[in-house]
Design a protein around this ligand. Sequence first.
Ligand code: MIC
Ligand code: SF4
Length: 658
Amino acid sequence: MGQTLTEKILEAHRVDGTVETGEEVGIEVDQTIAHDLTGTMAWLQFEALGLDEVQVEVAGQHCDHQTYQPDFKVSDDHRFLRSAAGTYGAYFARPGTGILHQVHKENYTAPGKTLLGADSHTPTAGGLGCLGIGTGGLDVATAMGGAPYYIDVPEVVNVRLEGELPEWSTAKDVILELLRRFSVKFGVGKVFEYTGPGVGSLSAHERTVITNMGTELGATTSIFPSDERTEEFLERLGRGEDYVELSPDENAEYDDEVVVDLSEIEPLIACPSMPDNVVPVREVAGENVDQVLVGSCTNGAYEDILPVAKLLNGRETARRTETIIAPGSKQASEMLARNGYTAELMAAGVNVSEATCGACIGAGHVPASDSVSVRTFNRNFEGRSGMEEDAVYLCSPEVAAATALTGEITDPRDLAADLGVDAPGVEMPESYIGTSEADIIMPDESVDTGLVKGPNIDEVPLKNPMGSDLSGPALLKMPDNITTDHIIPATQEVSVYRSNVPKLSEYTLKRVDETFAGRAAEADGGFLVAGENYGQGSSREHAALCPMYLGVHGVLAQSFARIHKANLINFGLLPLSVDADAYERIEQGDTVEIVDDAAEAVRSGQEAFTVRIGGEWETTARLDANERERELLVSGGKLPHTRKEFADTAGTDAGSAD
Ligand code: MIC
Ligand code: SF4
């Protein structure tokens, strides 16, 4: 039987386990990335583990989410990150260099490599045939220390592309089409592998737009083959030597197949407030728009902003609509400026921002109350923009440009007819020029002597090993699709405490229930109850770490998002699944009592747990965890477990985490 590309890369990096769907495999990690919201905790954990040097080929530390440095705490975090990267051997991309996925793509992403990122959109790298997986910061810390990364081998879905995209339809519309057909939880436990004759019609950049937003399908990752389009892109980046040809075997067997005829794709838009709430743009055309934002790790590249610049050139944006362009990288900004586009954009009324995530997480450009924002981003979860009752739409740069010109949601094909403009198409620069050399500090250029910690940078909290008796109240009952943005928002006010868990914990689930943090701390133990897909969205480990700090024992949910479940286990919180009937019956405030000896049951591999609710009725909750994960759970999480492992093997190899 032939192999899929995913299987080939997993097999080439396998150090433990087997590459069989559903089985756990341990893989060697070639490259890692982290950013300013996840990196501080990752390096504090690296330090707490007693590690002394990065062991992977390339480790990148970026400062992209909070580049406006609205508070000294953020500037302190950035300074700490620079000192940690220099101390331990990572490259450091200074604030303003750009969003980690863009900057890493420009400089280091290579076909056939494994990339582990403390960010959920790490699969962006899959557009270049690299296996990029998003995970919590602690997994990145141990991988940087040389430990394998363990993952359940996902199902591989063959997404067969046929035909070619028509004018005005873009790569963004391809992924929106998949979200329209499926849902934000369809991809849990799956890799989307793109094949078929349509693949060759997409540039490497367009492929990264699709793999980036595969995350919104819930997928573990997405990947394209590496072919002449990849080679052409790498050569223009000045990295032709990184090219290797990679494809699945012709007789590869997939777990599922989806066919997408590119020629049938039309401009699409995700309506508020879920990325899978997708309709053709024409269905919502005419809605007044107050704000248009172009940028993000999905559509912030030079190739994404170029069509906007072309459409806006010589025209003016609508008076009622604030239009902001935040390039995904400084390289994109520099190229736009050198090629004359920035001046044209400014003349059209655009506010050109520095390269940043910024508005994507409500750090700047927060929409006005009762207003509509149209963005080229990847997420529009309610309140993520920083405005609780927001109305955020997600679309391609072409739709965003047409909307900026008219002030209302506009299908660019209609605008083209009205203004007589041609479709800008996909244009790739002959060569990418940029400032990476000035903006990236290499490990041997370190400017700090040792770690520099400001007063807001606190210790990493540790949890005690799991006890025998686990009981406490159902602290909060939540519906389906609770995102990590509900658990710990990434907005500016909250994110300044990413390296201060005691303070950050005060914000836990505040958006769902203001009183939660206080009640949880007082109860000193208890459970969260949730519906389907609990913890979807980001890789933010703080969404597990803060509940842990508040004493939460575990979560009873109908189902979990992949990264969040791994984070719960990493911090010693039991992820137990319950069926719909039990979920319906459990009421907030009921006592939840694990009838079995919890630690013993987890250690012994027990899957079904008897849980007594309200002292009155019993239900069965299931723990789907392998032996390694169970060890982490009973040890109180990955950090104490790995530390203990080091202590046990003291004197052997204290400098690497395997
Ligand atoms: C996001 O898009 O939600 C973030 C902010 O990039 C997160 C990372 C974080 O919260 O630290 C992600 O996607 O993982
Ligand atoms: Fe940044 Fe938004 Fe991408 Fe997250 S999704 S990395 S916040 S641009």
